[in-house]
Design a protein around this ligand. Structure first.
Ligand SMILES: [Mg+2]
Length: 404
């Protein structure tokens, strides 16, 4: 049987790696990107030297300083991280069209059927990102997203130095269940502290213990129990989602930690709208319906749509509709976990030509051609230029990178 080959790619302490590029004097030092210790500042990302003192991302900065008094604090810039992330993702796009970006520094790649095997491709990607972009990164290689991600987490955790792990960890086909068995249950996705507690009360401590559970023991967890049993047995059929089907185009982003900053939310919506616009124009389509996908921190998900009188395919038009929808659902600084923008109700180029606004379209054509040559970040709208985030301002907090 032909096994799928899935890579999980994750940059190591991404924000810190970008800061080290700006100031090489930081290399090897305990430092953190994050908010000020006054008030409610938190660590968004910390260097591996800082981790040896017990500093972790999402930890209050004041606590981090108690653990490591010599910790140096660095202000971050969301815009520069976004720019570098764009370069990284563009590199991944050259490997396979099947890339699913999960967060600013993380992606899945489906390399099934590629000429080289998964391990070789992982080494090539790592060396390219190390050399061309001077960034450390780690990869997990397995037959499923679940095993690839956990393999990567395990590989990274096994590297205990002051330096970035820059590891590759491979789970051979057929070895998924054996690889997972000795790991603690919270190494599985979606297993939080509450579930862990319930399992421990049942005497279930490792993933292997779950795999050996009789189905009726897991019945109390409902459908979730069924899924967790499959996952513990190494079964995970989720595919790498590129969302590029012909009837609609959509892009979404899950934040590393929930966001309640309107500037970051709208900036993200702009990037997503640009990606949707680019897909539309590449496929020679325009859309009449724009959809917003909105997920709260408790995982409840809303979708809102607008259907327009005429077809649109320009980034600004799509963004304009998406942001109106966002302003309708987002209230009271509610933390947001995921945002997505979709375009549907497609009309092909032939039908719509006479409806297009020629002059605006020339501007968009020019932007597309510059971006095609120099990357998606080469041309930026005014709104994006102002998105520098100052972690000392607690309303402008950087999303922490949880297991970075
Ligand atoms: Mg990372």
């Amino acid at each position: 049987m032909d096994w799928p080959t899935i890579l999980h790619f994750d940059l190591d302490a991404f924000y810190c790696a970008v800061e080290e590029q700006k100031d090489p004097g930081l290399k090897g030092l305990p430092f953190a990107v994050g908010g000020s210790p006054d008030g409610r500042g938190v660590v968004a990302s910390c260097s591996y030297a800082a981790r040896r003192f017990g500093v972790r991302s999402a930890m209050p900065t004041a606590q981090a300083l108690r653990l490591c008094p010599s910790l140096k604090l660095v202000s971050g810039s969301y815009q520069s991280y976004g720019d570098v992330s764009g370069l990284v993702m563009a590199q991944l796009d050259t490997v396979t069209p099947l890339v699913e970006q999960v967060s600013i520094d993380e992606a899945f790649l489906d390399v099934t059927g590629c000429q080289s095997n998964g391990a070789t491709i992982a080494r090539e990607i790592q060396s390219k990102i190390n050399t061309d972009l001077d960034l450390p990164c780690s990869l997990g290689v397995a037959t499923s997203k679940l095993a690839a991600k956990i393999a990567n987490n395990v590989g990274k955790a096994s590297a205990r130095t002051n330096l970035a792990p820059n590891t590759i960890n491979i789970v051979e086909p057929g070895q998924e269940e054996a690889f997972l068995a000795p790991l603690p249950i919270d190494a599985l996705w979606g297993v939080g502290p509450k579930t862990t507690e319930s399992f421990i009360r049942l005497g279930v401590e490792t993933i292997g213990d779950i795999a050996r559970c009789e189905e009726r023991v897991l019945e109390r967890f409902g459908d979730y129990g069924k899924r967790i049993l499959e996952h513990a047995r190494g079964i995970d059929n989720r595919t790498v989602e590129t969302i590029r089907e012909a009837k609609s185009h959509s892009h979404e982003t899950t934040f590393s930690s929930d966001i309640n900053d309107p500037q970051i939310l709208e900036g993200t919506l702009l990037h997503l709208s640009e990606s949707v616009g680019r897909d539309l124009r590449r496929s020679g389509n325009a859309c009449r319906t724009v959809t917003l996908k909105y997920r709260r921190s408790d995982f409840t998900t809303l979708t809102r749509t607008t259907t327009l009188d005429g077809p649109v395919d320009l980034d600004r038009q799509i963004f304009g509709e998406a942001v109106k929808l966002l302003r309708r659902v987002w209230r009271n600084k509610e933390p947001v976990r995921l945002l997505g923008v979709g375009a549907s109700n497609l009309i092909s180029e032939g039908t719509q030509l006479q409806l297009w606004d020629g002059s605006t379209n020339h501007v968009q054509d020019a932007i597309d051609s510059v971006r095609g040559k120099y990357g998606s970040r080469a041309v930026r709208w005014g709104k994006e230029q102002r998105r520098d985030v100052h972690p000392t301002d607690k309303t402008n907090r950087l999303p922490a990178l949880p297991d970075d």
